[in-house]
Design a protein around this ligand. Structure first.
Ligand code: CP
Length: 331
């Protein structure tokens, strides 16, 4: 049974193939056919884009989507594998997943990082449990470790702007925030860009390095694809050489929740002065939601180089492409 909760489930060749198919779907030739299919969207964390784009991906292809939200109309969920359930949590995640898998043809799951420890978040305990206990394929809507649909949509948007990603210089650029954020989105941008052979620079303040295991995987894929991965600690370094920037905040290295970030590194905000350093044809991505005038100055959002809406729209097509693969409708 196929699952897609991390990029390694499809590998570099699969990532390229899903994006190519997503671009074909966007041109509407031929549209995917999900008639009779039901996708159950199981949210253990909130969402706007992921929720609606998965629903639209199904509806536009003739299928259906059912939304189930923890904390809203279902029994309080226990997620600890060995819990003695003698308190207020009524249903265990494992039974919930087993049941939802009897109702749908695939299960889409969102469960965020706890931010207590990078190593624990990289093990992806909740989405791994869903994979283990679901009788149908599982697709990630963002887990503790990765957000593969976002990474694929990001690179699709880069390819639309610049063509072949092989050897293309792209930057994953940290931005300030009022609180520590998960690393799933930066992981997925880094891994997907590396898998496609980009020359990736990760720019973040000291103390905000991404986990070594993720950097190692990205370096290995980049090396195989003709790219590389570099890290810098200066918000202006190499800004004049990039074709695309993925702007994102994330928590500090190691044990992110113990590192308050409010008000720190405000000079990393993306503003018009910084944008003036960058090449005139470079594009800016941000997965959204974003904190205006904290992460990115609002005038920058009006720049034609800011492609946040294309990026959000492309989620529909990469998810249709991914669901085709998940259901074996394509090799
Ligand atoms: N980019 C993204 O996943 O947005 P949501 O959290 O709103 O789904």
């Amino acid at each position: 049974m196929r699952h897609l909760t991390r990029l390694a489930d499809i590998g570099p060749a699969g990532a390229a193939s899903l994006i190519e198919r997503a671009r074909t779907i966007k041109r509407a030739s031929p549209p995917p056919r999900f008639a009779g299919k039901i996708l159950v969207l199981f949210f253990l964390a909130p969402s706007l884009r992921t929720r609606v784009s998965f629903q639209v991906a199904m509806l536009r292809a003739g299928g259906s989507a059912v939304v189930v939200e923890a904390g809203s109309g279902i029994w309080p969920l226990e997620t600890r594998p060995l819990a003695v359930m003698n308190e207020d949590r009524v249903e265990h995640l494992e039974e919930a997943v087993g049941v939802l898998g009897r109702y749908g043809d695939a299960l889409a799951v969102r469960a965020f990082a706890t931010l207590e420890s990078d190593p624990v978040d990289l093990e992806d305990p909740l989405v791994s449990a869903c994979r283990d206990h679901s009788p149908v394929p599982v697709i990630s809507m963002e887990s503790a470790a990765e957000h593969p649909a976002q990474g694929l949509a990001d690179l699709m948007t880069v390819i639309e702007a610049h063509g072949s990603p092989r050897g293309l210089p792209v930057m994953l650029r940290w931005a300030p925030h009022v609180k520590p954020l998960p690393k799933a989105v930066p992981h997925s941008f880094l891994l997907t860009a590396a898998a496609l052979g980009c020359r990736v620079t990760v720019a973040a303040p000291e103390g905000f390095e991404l986990p070594q295991a993720v950097l190692n995987q990205a370096r290995e894929w980049a090396r195989r694809g003709g790219g590389d991965v570099t890290t810098v600690h200066d918000p202006r370094a190499l800004a004049d050489r990039q074709a695309a920037f993925c702007v994102k905040s994330w928590g500090a290295a190691g044990f992110p929740a113990t590192h308050p970030v409010a008000g720190r590194h405000a000079d990393w905000m993306v503003d018009a002065d910084w944008l003036a350093l960058t090449p005139p044809d470079c594009i800016l991505l941000h997965c959204l939601p974003l904190r205006r005038n904290v992460e990115i100055a609002q005038d920058v959002l009006k720049s034609p180089r800011c492609r946040i809406f294309d990026e959000a729209q492309n989620r529909i097509f990469v998810q249709q492409s991914a669901l085709e693969w998940l259901w074996g409708l394509r090799p």
